[in-house]
Write a protein that binds this ligand. Structure first.
Ligand code: ZN
Ligand code: ZN
Length: 171
């Protein structure tokens, strides 16, 4: 969904509410692809905050489908996204490259809501994703999911550094 901010940015005291319907289906981050299961419809308030400045505020809940890093089970998790952005068009006349790059959801006064949501989600998604804190993971030998089943594999993995000493002792 695109929101045109031209009027807000140019009209002092202007406030507008938008019903946001997101079409965000997935996004990639840190080499992972996150599947968006659902974005609850929400309100976004855009407010003129002075000369060519506008604030964006809104809360929404995004449900992501993710794979547990340890056992690869699929989990769904809700993330509460708190949008609180200040847009200052003057920044485009400076050479603050970092800040301009952060505003890649904004182009010619038009906000790309899906890109803004992505940016917010990147700060919320944890580095390690676990189905539960004590996830037992997969058996290294047979691949069984140890949360759901047990196996009889000997999961002792000899340390390759120790085998050097074993060979010396043998010799
Ligand atoms: Zn797990
Ligand atoms: Zn096993």
């Amino acid at each position: 969904m695109l929101i045109d901010l031209s009027e807000i940015l140019s009209t002092e005291g202007q406030v507008k509410d938008y019903d946001v319907i997101s079409e965000l289906k997935e996004f990639s981050f840190n080499g992972n692809v996150y599947v968006v299961d659902n974005v609850k419809d929400f309100h976004l308030t855009a407010r003129n905050e002075g000369k060519r400045k506008a604030s964006l505020k809104g809360d929404c809940v995004v449900t992501l489908k993710m794979l547990c890093d340890r056992c690869l089970d699929e989990i769904t998790e809700d993330f509460e996204v708190d949008i609180d952005e200040m847009i200052d068009m003057a920044i485009f006349e400076t050479d603050k490259v970092d800040e301009i790059e952060e505003l890649d959801y904004l182009e010619d006064h038009i906000i790309n809501m899906d890109m803004l949501l992505q940016k917010e989600l990147m700060t919320l998604v944890p580095m390690q994703i676990l189905c539960k804190d004590d996830c037992k993971g997969l058996c290294k030998v047979c691949g069984a999911n140890l949360n759901h089943e047990t196996c009889d594999c000997d999961d002792f993995v000899p340390d390759p550094r120790l085998s050097v000493f074993a060979n010396i002792l043998k010799g």
